[in-house]
Design a protein around this ligand. Structure first.
Ligand SMILES: Cc1cc2nc3c(=O)[nH]c(=O)nc-3n(C[C@H](O)[C@H](O)[C@H](O)COP(=O)(O)OP(=O)(O)OC[C@H]3O[C@@H](n4cnc5c(N)ncnc54)[C@H](O)[C@@H]3O)c2cc1C
Length: 424
């Protein structure tokens, strides 16, 4: 789909990549009055097809406030399952959870006098994508440019120019790379990154189980990696459902993915455990190789990196997209503030404000997820003992538990207006 709504292809912002981050940025920017182009090489409709992305995303409490402020939440609320509690435990090769565990209760983070809010919600990615694209199609400030691809970019002190595969040329004050972790613009701009593979693959699927999950998200740390059981709404026949992110060493995961259904079921059920009664994987098995990438800088001349293009992290804490949501809230706020003052939204000092705002929060999450994965994805005896004792110790200290819950909800730090649920 390509539109000719704009005769002069001159934009405030050209966003490359219409994944969950690029499309959210386009909507937030467009609603704030910035003329925005959103470009993706993939036809946008295909992003919402059931076969495109079988994942769910844990939307943190504060990310939900941003979705609500942009009027998107109403479109996904009916398909969003609240996370009321989180239970974390260590487990061995047999899948048996250790008796030492850590339990977070959403009520602990609620300020006195306020209603208890969930820590977050589990939403299928296809519903998030569909809601964003529907709102984008109705946003007059945004032009959707797809399928098309950036083949050449020139950026100077005055403007950025993008040449697309179709031959079209766009001019913008600022380019945002939301190209995901394998984006080309970062490298083309000479921005280095810390990056490595975890030699792990996340197997993603949906499971049916006999008993309801009661809004509890579970994370079991198995020797190959974390095994997450994330609450979903009941299926059409009332089946109790959970979304599974099952991490294994890459070689083991490849072998598991090739197993026939009965043997796969047996391996799966052993790790899942019997706390929700008999369990069965249903539908396709998806796989995602896991790695880390963190850009050394988030900005260059008239270029800004957002979402996984700036920081792709391990899904161990379900926070990768939530970091991107906070990038977007901060970026739109600095751009809107600059525009209101009549300043150039692509000027170096405007972009520097964004980079400074986001660096510490992103760095802390990159480091924490990397450390957690290294600490828990093994079966080294003394480490296992220390982990179990550590989990149980945190479990006994309410202020520490509250600290972690508030972090998971995104309630710490200098929050941009959109994250507080306000218009930018
Ligand atoms: C198994 C798993 C579970 C996860 N669970 C959670 C969770 O529960 N909570 C959470 O917060 N996060 C989670 N995440 C992380 C989250 O999924 C990612 O952070 C997020 O999807 C990244 O989106 P993105 O838009 O930055 O990148 P992408 O989804 O990679 O999108 C990039 C887009 O850019 C396009 N593109 C790239 N280059 C070009 C170009 N040159 N021209 C045109 N188009 C281009 C691509 O076609 C693509 O559509 C999970 C990740 C995994 C792997």
């Amino acid at each position: 789909m390509s539109s000719d709504r704009f005769d002069l292809a001159v934009f405030d912002l050209a966003i490359v990549g219409a994944g969950l981050n690029g499309s959210l940025l386009a909507l937030a920017a467009g609603k704030a009055g910035l003329r925005t182009a959103l470009i993706d090489r993939v036809p946008l409709k295909s992003l919402t097809a059931a076969g495109f992305d079988g994942r769910t995303t844990a939307i943190a409490y504060t990310s939900q406030r941003l979705f609500a402020a942009l009027d998107v939440w109403g479109d996904v609320a009916g398909d969003a399952e609240p996370i009321r509690d989180i239970r974390i435990s260590d487990a061995g090769y047999d899948g048996q959870a250790s008796p030492l565990f850590l339990h977070f209760d959403h009520r602990e983070a609620t300020p006195v006098g306020q209603d208890h809010a969930p820590m977050g919600w589990i939403v299928e990615n296809r519903f998030l994508r569909a809601a964003l694209l529907q709102r984008l199609a109705a946003c007059p400030e945004v032009e959707l440019v797809s399928p098309d691809e950036v083949v050449d970019t020139t950026r100077d002190l005055d403007r950025a120019q993008l040449t697309l595969r179709s031959g079209r040329r766009l001019t913008a004050r600022l380019v945002a790379s939301a190209e995901g972790r394998f984006g080309a613009m970062r490298e083309e701009a000479g921005i280095g990154a810390r990056s490595w593979s975890y030699d792990q693959i996340a197997i993603v699927l949906v499971a049916h189980h006999e008993r309801p999950h009661r809004g509890v998200a579970q994370e079991k740390f198995l020797p190959g990696g974390p095994f997450a059981i994330l609450p979903m709404g009941d299926g059409p026949q009332g089946e109790h459902r959970s979304s599974i992110v099952w991490t294994e060493r890459a070689g083991t995961a490849r072998r598991l993915l090739e197993l026939d259904p009965p043997r796969f079921q047996a391996e799966f059920a052993r790790r899942f455990g019997d706390h929700l009664g008999p369990v069965e994987p249903v539908g396709p098995r998806w796989s995602h190789p896991l790695g880390l990438v963190h850009a050394d800088r988030y900005i260059d001349t008239r270029l800004v990196l957002v979402g996984d293009a700036a920081h792709g992290i391990h899904p161990i804490a379900g926070q990768g997209y939530n970091l991107g949501v906070r990038d977007i809230a901060a970026l739109v706020e600095v751009l809107v503030d600059a525009k209101r003052l009549g300043l150039d939204i692509g000027a170096a000092d405007t972009l520097e404000r964004y980079a400074q705002w986001r660096r510490a929060d992103n760095f802390a999450m990159v480091a924490a997820t990397d450390l957690l994965n290294r600490l828990f994805s093994n079966d080294i005896g003394p480490l296992r003992l220390a982990r179990g004792v550590g989990l149980a110790a945190v479990n006994r200290v309410p202020p520490l538990r509250r600290f972690f819950v508030r972090h998971a909800m995104g309630l710490v730090g200098d929050l941009p207006r959109l994250i507080r649920g306000e218009r930018p």
